[in-house]
Design a binder for this molecule. Structure first.
Ligand code: AGP
Length: 607
């Protein structure tokens, strides 16, 4: 949603904050700003647009001081203008905020009645005025901040600094992540650990409801009950993940990392020597007692669930319901006594999915979560974790996290099937063998990159596109449409190939590219019949298939992308590679902002 940073440093804060904000820009980039403490109190620089605009202002109007806070915004309340950019400040305090204050209107009215003047349309500004009001009533800075957050309703992570108190910074989290960075007589606050890598790799993950008062050599954490609490200081890895290396975009780097990231996830979940799935370490979730599963997620993670639905029902013979998280709670699902829920989230912070997780656990149902970010909110609240090992994913469009999620879900399916007796030792060996071969198959699929880049030039001229698939390739068609539209802004639709003739085929003419996902499997012939229907109407077909599929469709007029012949279990994971490359190179041809597409954010922490 938004990225926040705070520094109590031993060197000028402003340029360091810019460096940290650049690492958080994937969280939102509608506007950015910095506040520091100078000789004359709080000074601010703010700019609409990306951090580069703010850096330009700082170059001509530098900010003094070694204490400061910064913010990069994804607008929720108030247009992305300079006046609405954080930090928000009064004469006594400056704050940055990630989240939504749900009672801000009532607070704003009360503060205006008290004579406070507001300069923005945001919900966040009330925090600065509320802290100021408590200070005017005699509270010391930290006590005033604690009193202010006690009066807030909603989700937030905040950082604030106080005029005249150069060695003091306050932070608090409720529903949005916040970490403390521990330096050498320096302290930091950040929305995630990546932002603080340039300064320190030692962090303290604040718990839900925690607040913290910092000095350069002091950390005082209070829990949600206001009691002082001890939290572990941990050393985090992954600094390298925040660099693009010699790739043009993070997204391309992350596409190319997939053989490695899938390999890491396979190694974590499988006993690769004996070709068996490790028993997931679920302290109080018994796989043999799960009789039905709800799969809940958003966006690309939801399409991973939709693919896993086929596996779970076909291999583990478990009935599955797949929901997008923002709908799940509101359809009043009726759980059975043997129900469990499985959540999938790259960030572990997506508000819709987190809210669904909380809803399920309040209903007494066990929650298993497939997560990529350790210590994320979902990581802390779920009953059992299936970790993916994709490393930090910076590109807003999810790629390596998606294939890591699928890998984990495939391994989970085998474990569940084994627990229910539907997967024999021989079948388990075969499925594990397929998963162990997956990284190599993905590496082979990447070899089509140049060919796809050439095809994408023509795609970039399309006004709309269709993706078709059957079976587990149908959800992959939905994911392909999402990938294309979210980074190229070309409208795209995924459709079950068998459904095309029931309406969507009206879209087909010689102008529309139709990307078909169809390896030579038991559904290939039926899909080819649908493809012939498209060809008969002039549709421009791009067929993603294996050698056998291309050979069997030799008479078809189509551009062809080849994926390696592989086990049916891993086919949809391998076919994700050309799907991702098609979107990526079409976006490159169009010159859109591949890593930070317009209107999007990497983690949507509002419902
Ligand atoms: C993926 O390309 C999108 N950026 C988006 O749909 C994303 O998958 C969705 O917001 C869920 O995010 P999460 O996995 O962090 O929960």
């Amino acid at each position: 949603m938004c990225g926040i940073v705070g520094i109590l440093g031993q060197a000028p804060a402003a340029t360091r904050i810019i460096e940290a904000l650049r690492r958080l820009e994937y969280r939102g980039y509608d506007s950015a700003g910095i506040a520091t403490l100078g000789a004359d109190g709080i000074e601010r620089r703010r700019a609409a647009g990306k951090i580069a605009n703010l850096a330009g202002i700082l170059a001509s109007e530098p900010l003094p001081g070694n204490t400061g806070i910064g913010h990069t915004r994804w607008a929720t309340h108030g247009k992305p203008t300079t006046d609405n950019a954080h930090p928000h400040a009064t004469e006594k305090v400056a704050i940055v905020h990630n989240g939504i204050i749900e009672n801000y209107r009532e607070l704003r009215a009360r503060l205006i009645a008290r004579g406070r003047n507001f300069a923005s349309d945001t919900d966040s500004e009330v925090i600065a005025h509320l802290i100021t009001a408590h200070m005017e009533d005699g509270a010391a800075p930290i006590a005033a901040a604690e009193a202010a957050i006690a009066g807030l309703e909603g989700a937030f992570a905040i950082a604030c600094i106080f005029a005249g108190s150069d060695d003091l910074m306050f932070g608090a989290r409720r529903g949005s992540p916040l970490v403390v960075g521990v330096g050498q007589s320096e302290m930091f606050l950040g929305s995630d650990a990546i932002a603080l890598f340039p300064f320190t790799d030692r962090v303290i993950y604040l718990e839900e409801g925690d607040s913290v008062a910092l000095g350069r050599d002091k950390v005082v954490i209070k829990d949600k009950a206001g009691r002082e609490a001890a939290r572990a200081t941990v050393t985090v890895q992954g600094a390298a993940a925040a660099e693009k290396g010699n790739y043009r975009h993070f997204m391309l780097k992350e596409i190319h990392e997939q053989p490695e990231t899938i390999g890491r996830t396979v190694a974590a979940l499988l006993d690769t020597v004996n070709e068996k799935v490790r028993a997931p370490e679920f302290p109080d979730v018994h796989l043999d007692r799960i009789g039905q599963l709800a799969l809940v997620a958003c966006g690309t993670a939801h399409y991973a669930c939709r693919i896993a639905e086929y596996w779970l029902e076909q291999i583990a013979r478990i009935p599955v319901e797949c929901d997008i998280a923002s709908e799940f709670r509101y359809r009043s699902p009726v759980p059975g006594t043997d129900s469990a829920a499985l959540f999938v989230s790259q960030s572990g912070e997506t508000a819709d999915t987190l809210a669904a997780l909380r809803f399920v656990r309040e209903s007494g149902i066990k929650a298993i979560s497939v997560l990529n970010v350790p210590q994320s909110s979902m990581w802390r609240e779920t009953d059992a974790i299936l970790p993916t090992h994709a490393g930090p994913e910076i590109g807003v469009a999810s790629t390596k996290a998606f294939t890591a999620q699928l890998t984990a879900l495939a391994a989970f399916t085998v474990a569940l099937g084994r627990a229910h007796g539907t997967v024999s030792p021989e079948t388990e060996r075969a499925l594990c063998h397929a998963l162990i071969a997956l990284p190599r198959a993905v590496a082979e699929a990447l070899r089509e990159e140049r060919h796809i880049a050439d095809l994408a030039a023509e795609l970039s001229r399309a006004k709309s596109a269709l993706f078709l698939g059957r079976g587990a390739y149908y959800p992959l068609a939905l994911e392909g449409a999402l990938k294309l539209k979210e980074i190229t802004y070309i409208h795209a639709e995924g459709c079950a190939a068998g459904e095309l003739k029931h309406g969507p085929i009206a879209l087909v003419d010689e102008k529309i590219p139709v990307i078909v996902l169809a390896p030579k499997d038991h559904l290939f012939e039926k899909t080819m019949s649908n493809v012939e229907e498209v060809a008969a109407r002039g549709g421009r077909i791009i067929l993603i298939s294996d050698e056998a599929g291309h050979a069997a469709s030799a008479g078809l007029t189509a551009r062809r992308i080849t994926i390696p012949t592989c086990h049916p279990l891993i086919g949809p994971i391998v076919a994700a590679i050309p799907v991702q490359l098609i979107a990526y190179y079409t976006a490159v041809h169009l010159g859109t902002d591949v890593d930070q597409p317009r209107n999007l954010a990497k983690s949507v922490t509002v419902e």
